[in-house]
Design a protein around this ligand. Structure first.
Ligand code: FAD
Ligand code: NAI
Length: 475
């Protein structure tokens, strides 16, 4: 048994590895245990995000967008492309290289910060004398002892009851990111974030894509006006989205998958596809963690119960990221990781849930922070709204990408910004200014009075702020 660590982190995804680094920066002795294996069986820290989530999906979104541009939009710029070809295996190999660069980067960061990395599954064994015993099994077998334990074991894709993932034809996010040839017909269940991002990748590469969504509204959590604008763009691209469906029996064969469902009118339908991606949300992962050995309390959905500060029911045991309540986002997991390390050090770590941005990396991108117009209405909050279309933005015209708008919502009396909603080019980058403004409790007038570079997409944010006061300059 080793000398006790001050902090043992179980899980090396964005929540866990960042918590480990911050704890090491604060002077603690730190171990991080992660079980993810690369194709050769070696360590692949970074969790879902790095291996089968944020990073590989963005790599494929980029590659497929280049293909789409070359095939359909270069001509507008006077660029002729002849003999355009597609090598999916090369595209996947590039994606794998990007993933590996990130895995290696995290291993380097562990070394740089003198964090003990253990490759294997971590599990609680027992609690005694104010310390916790944690076993590591798998590639490495060890028994570690720690004073503070941070659980960051993440989440897994939710399966439909009776339809397990085979990762050949019925795919989770994992299989969806390594389809070897473009399917002629691709089906997806769930028009949420993964459904739209993965649907976009394979549509751009030439698949006929149908997404079946259970709810009658499209992107219900997104500001209605923005969701409507996005839906228009997806319809135009040929991404077929059926809302209000009820999925019935799913039959897989060697040839493909057949999905029985009823449409919004209640009519029986069948969708035949070569591959099916199921993207209906994710479930917290506590498999093999040994929660019962120490009495760690789990919630009804299998998540770890924590308070607002990520404290569990056990002294000095914390939990962060996808395995606890709140949005399942990498940056939320990271913020909690930093906050917990600082709390362990007696500092006042803080996560502002009201300013956690969301981004959907489709084309156009969708990004938002704060409250939607429908949320403000149902809360009875008096607000002012201003919006500005990219159609009237010089940079967007030069880019040839004028879809969408920036929409700002501010308090009717104080003018404090309550939410910003963007659909359009580079929304993922534009939202950062809005997050910062809200973090500093800025008013829309503050943004309107800030000098923004010309020509830039960020001028649309300034104009949306001006629109709150009904004084846009360029529209
Ligand atoms: P995870 O990243 O899931 O990491 C948990 C780690 O713990 C894993 O490595 C796992 O193997 C390990 N582990 C689990 N149990 C044990 C154990 N007992 N012992 C040792 N190791 C263990 N979020 C964004 O913000 N932006 C995006 O663009 C984005 N894109 C996504 C795309 C897809 C396709 C998916 C599926 C998700 C995406 N997400 C995105 C969500 C994001 O990946 C998660 O919110 C994030 O990874 C959560 O981080 P985490 O550290 O809590 O857990
Ligand atoms: P999601 O919650 O975004 O979307 C799931 C969709 O499936 C919802 O629209 C839901 O109504 C629908 N659904 C659920 N059950 C259904 C059923 N039986 N039949 C038909 N439709 C059904 O979940 P998703 O897309 O699986 O992604 C999981 C999480 O991963 C996201 O919520 C997000 O937290 C994270 N993520 C983040 C990304 C980003 O930040 N860009 C990218 C991808 C994932």
């Amino acid at each position: 048994m080793s000398k006790p660590f001050d902090v043992i982190v179980i899980g090396g995804g964005p929540g866990g590895y960042i918590a480990a680094i911050r704890a090491a920066q604060l002077g603690f002795s730190v171990a991080c245990i992660d079980e993810w294996k690369n194709a050769a069986g070696g360590p692949a820290p970074g969790g879902t995000c790095t291996n089968v989530g944020c990073i590989p999906s963005k790599a494929l979104l980029q590659s497929s967008e280049h293909y789409e541009q070359a095939g359909h939009h270069f001509a507008e710029h006077g660029i002729e492309v002849k003999g355009l070809g597609l090598d999916v295996s090369k595209m996947l190999a590039r994606k794998n290289t990007v993933v590996k660069q990130n895995n290696d980067g995290i291993l380097y960061l562990f070394k740089k910060n003198k964090i003990g990395f253990f490759h294997g599954r971590g599990a609680f064994v027992k609690a005694a004398d104010g310390l916790y015993e944690i076993s590591v099994t798998g590639a490495q077998n060890e028994l570690l002892v720690g004073k503070h334990i941070v659980v960051a074991t993440g989440s897994n894709a939710r399966a439909l009851p009776g339809t397990p993932f085979d990762e050949e034809n019925i795919l989770s996010n994992d299989g969806a990111l390594r389809i070897g040839t473009v399917p002629k017909k691709l089906g997806l269940i769930g028009a949420g974030v993964i459904g739209l991002e993965m649907g976009s990748v394979w549509r751009r590469l030439g698949a006929e894509v149908t997404i079946l969504e259970g709810l009658p509204t499209f992107l219900g959590a997104v500001d209605e006006q923005i969701a409507k604008e996005a839906k228009k763009a997806f319809d135009k691209q040929g991404l077929k989205i059926e809302l209000g469906v009820k999925v019935g029996e799913i039959k897989g064969s060697k040839k493909g998958v057949s999905i029985a469902y009823s449409n919004a009118k209640g009519e029986a339908q069948t969708l035949e596809v070569d591959k099916l991606i199921i993207s209906i949300g994710r479930v917290a992962n506590t498999t093999g963690l040994g929660a019962e050995a120490v009495g760690l309390k789990l919630g009804e959905r299998g998540d770890i119960e924590v308070d607002a500060e990520c404290k569990t029911n056990l002294p000095n045991v914390w939990a962060i990221g996808d395995v606890v309540r709140g949005p399942m986002l990498a940056h939320k997991a990271e913020e909690e990781g930093v906050a917990v390390a600082e709390r362990i050090a007696g500092q006042h770590g803080h996560v502002n849930f009201n300013t956690v941005p969301w981004v959907i990396y489709t084309s156009p991108e969708i990004a938002w922070v704060g409250q939607t117009e429908q949320q403000l209405k149902s809360a009875g909050r008096a607000y002012k709204a201003g919006s500005f279309p990219f159609l009237a933005n010089g940079r967007a015209r030069a880019l040839g990408d004028t879809t969408g708008m920036v929409k700002m919502l501010a308090d009717a009396t104080t003018d404090e910004i309550l939410g910003v909603h963007i659909v359009g080019p580079q929304a993922s980058e534009l939202i950062a200014e809005c997050v910062m403004a809200m973090e500093f409790r800025a008013s829309s007038e503050d943004i309107a009075r800030i000098c923004h570079a010309h020509p830039s997409l960020s001028e649309a944010t300034k104009e949306a702020a001006l629109a709150v006061d009904k004084r846009t300059l360029n529209f």
